[in-house]
Each structure stands twice: as structure tokens, then as C-alpha cells.
Design a protein around this ligand. Structure first.
Ligand code: SAH
Length: 350
């Protein structure tokens, strides 16, 4: 298609601020023009070059011939106004991902995808089942945050990388996107309001510790025994619990930042008192929080959420051991649960 060729240009939202400034310098444009464009992109969230009223037309033409402004498009929105909403997002090449908007009190959270599909195949997660297609570019992640800002009518307060994909399997693009949305003259989303969630990819944890950026790190644990965790999360064969917890300990020592462990409670599978005691043993001595989330039933996995009494006993055991624990029993609306249900839709599928 002709339009495809025209649109086959780099995404403007994939440029870091330094890269953008560099390009303007190359074009012999003054630096303040780059700042004006940055502001159009991330403060006013312009979706057309023509909106950028204080930029000269010649410059806008040059930019539009070189860069693509439509990083992502909304294909479909589900959910009610003011409540949790799911957006099916289309990318330039026809791939699709999902994002979830979860408003709550003062919070306007958006859960973004980092990959189209996922390579990790956690058994209870719907995202990996249709396979892996490709990494998202930084601009496609940033674009999801801008879409959320447009739906909220305001910039999101919190961004969580808990949508489709494994952020540390697309490390560079994720970190680049984090820096773009964090920029104080742009969207200005505070690093501490950005959470990266990993299934336990150790090299990513090690790299993040060196970034000098104060983002939140969540590690999806879901089991404190290697055998069970390997069954639920094949990644555990490559990065088993002993080395994973060691990496978390080094992360804490290096950054002073407390890690959150996510633990999805699956009925009769990982929710007994013995499982809770094993979890206590595993993370004892490591400053950490634990988020217990009842499984969100998905058609891809034959399992159910733990019963409330099991979840309470589990919570109590952790609490008595001095571990800061939260349990969210509210079905469906829980943030991680909503994100955990995201599916990668195959192109040309039914
Ligand atoms: N790959 C990253 C981020 C994506 S998943 C990771 O694994 O952390 C975001 C969170 O949702 C993870 O904690 C994941 O284990 C959880 N999740 C996936 N499917 C779920 C389900 N059916 N019910 C509850 N949580 C789920």
C-alpha cells in the first residue's frame, strides 16, 4: 500500500530529548525550537504537525517528511468511563497490543505493554500464548502513555510495565521510554511512579541497578520452591530462585530501593501455609514488599483464585514474619489482575 511506504518513517516519539536536540543542531535550527517541539509532543500532546502553531511551516514540513507522529492508534476501547478501561492499540505495521487504564482516587494509572507477544510462557498468563511477534520501540511505549493521557484528559500519575511482554527482554527500548516519559519538561512522570515488572530476568535486574534511576522494581515470584516455580514460570529453569533472590539482594544493596514481589495466588497450587512459610524463608533478611493477587481466571489456564480464607492465612503468616504484605481480593479490578489478563491478538486471527 502506498500509505504504508509514506508512513515507514522513524517514530518521533522514539527520540530521546538529546537525540532530538542533536537533530535540530544538524538542521541548523536553534535549540529552543527543539524545546518547543518537545513541549508540543509531551505537554500539549499534539497529534498533528499542523497543531504546532509556533513552529515555522518549513520546519514542520521538514519534520513531517522525516518523522512519523502517529506512533500508535486506538483500535478499540472497552470498559466504562471513569472505571477500568482496556485499549486495543494498533501499531504502524499492523501489530496490536493492549494497555489498561486504572483510575483510583487521585491516581490515574496506566499499564503498558513492552512487546507484541511474549517469549516467557508463564502458564497462568494469557499474554504469551499466541507467541512472540516483536519488541516495541520506545515510541510505541511512549505512545501508549500519551493515549492514556488523552483518555484521562490529564497525564497519568503512574505507569506500570505490567502489560503484554517482558520489559527486560526489551531492555533498551523500555529504559529509553522511561527516560522520555520521566522528562520534567515533558510528561514529567516521576521515576518513583514508574514500575517495571519482571518475571525474573536477572541481567535486567543487574543492569537496572546501574542506571541511577529511581523506578520501582517488581519481581513476579508466584512460588518459593524451584520445582513449582519452574512449572508455573519456565524462566525459572534459566534463572532459579537462589540466583534470583541473590540478584534482588544486590539490587537492594546497590540502590537502597525496596523490591516488590508479586505472588499470584492459585487455588491449591501455591496457597498453603507451607507455601507461605517457604516464601518467608526465601526472602527473609531482604527488605521487600509482597503483593498477593488472587489469580484472574483466564481461558488459557485451568486454575482458580485462592479462597479468601486461604489468602488470609497466607497473609497472616507473612505479616507475622514482619513482611510488608498487601492482599487484594477484589476480583477483576485489581491492577495486576487486569494487566495479567491482557492477550496478544494474532494478526489475521479470528
Ligand atoms: N513480564 C512481566 C510483566 C507482565 S505481567 C512480569 O512477568 O512481571 C504483569 C503481572 O501480571 C505479573 O506479575 C504476572 O505474573 C501477572 N499475571 C499474569 N497473568 C495473571 C493472571 N491470570 N492473574 C493474575 N495475575 C497475572
Amino acid at each position: 500500500m502506498e500509505t504504508k511506504t509514506i508512513e515507514n518513517k522513524p517514530l518521533i516519539h522514539s527520540l530521546s530529548r538529546d537525540e532530538l536536540t542533536g537533530i535540530f543542531a544538524e538542521m541548523k535550527e536553534p535549540k529552543y525550537r527543539a524545546d518547543q517541539l518537545w513541549s508540543w509532543l509531551y505537554v500539549k500532546k499534539a497529534f498533528a504537525w499542523s497543531m504546532m502553531s509556533n513552529l515555522p511551516s518549513v520546519l514542520k514540513e521538514k519534520l513531517s517528511s522525516r518523522f512519523n507522529l502517529d506512533s500508535v492508534r486506538t483500535d478499540k476501547t472497552e470498559g466504562e468511563n471513569g472505571g477500568t478501561r482496556k485499549i486495543l492499540v494498533s501499531l504502524q505495521d499492523g501489530e496490536q497490543v493492549e494497555e489498561v487504564l486504572i483510575p483510583g482516587g487521585e491516581r490515574k494509572t496506566v499499564c503498558v505493554s513492552s512487546q507484541a507477544g511474549c517469549r516467557f510462557n508463564c502458564t497462568f498468563c494469557a499474554s504469551g500464548q499466541a507467541g512472540f511477534r516483536r519488541n516495541l520501540e520506545a515510541g510505541e511505549i511512549v505512545g501508549q502513555v500519551i493515549l492514556a493521557a488523552n483518555v484521562y484528559g490529564d497525564r497519568p500519575t503512574n505507569v506500570v510495565f505490567m502489560g503484554i511482554g517482558e520489559p527486560f527482554d526489551n531492555y533498551d527500548a523500555v529504559l529509553k521510554a522511561v527516560r522520555i516519559i520521566n522528562d520534567k519538561d515533558g510528561l514529567g512522570i516521576g521515576a518513583r511512579k514508574i514500575t517495571i515488572s519482571t518475571c525474573g530476568v536477572i541481567p535486567g535486574i543487574e543492569k537496572l541497578a546501574e542506571e541511577g534511576i529511581q523506578v520501582e522494581l517488581s519481581v513476579s515470584l508466584h512460588a518459593a520452591e524451584d520445582e513449582l516455580r519452574s512449572k508455573l514460570m519456565p524462566v525459572n529453569r534459566k534463572y532459579p530462585l537462589g540466583s534470583l533472590i541473590e540478584a534482588c539482594r544486590r539490587y537492594f544493596e546497590k540502590t537502597g530501593r525496596i523490591i516488590t514481589f508479586e505472588y499470584t495466588m492459585i487455588r491449591s497450587l501455591n496457597d498453603s501455609a507451607a507455601h507461605a512459610r517457604n516464601l518467608v524463608k526465601l526472602i527473609s533478611g531482604l527488605p521487600a514488599r509482597v503483593n498477593l493477587i488472587p489469580l484472574s481466571p483466564v481461558e488459557e489456564f485451568d486454575g482458580q483464585a485462592s479462597t479468601p480464607d486461604k489468602a488470609e492465612v497466607f497473609t497472616e503468616i507473612l505479616g507475622r514474619a514482619g513482611i510488608n504484605t498487601t492482599l487484594r481480593m477484589s476480583k477483576g479490578s485489581s491492577l495486576r489482575a487486569a494487566c495479567g489478563q491482557l492477550r496478544f491478538r494474532k494478526q489475521n486471527g479470528v
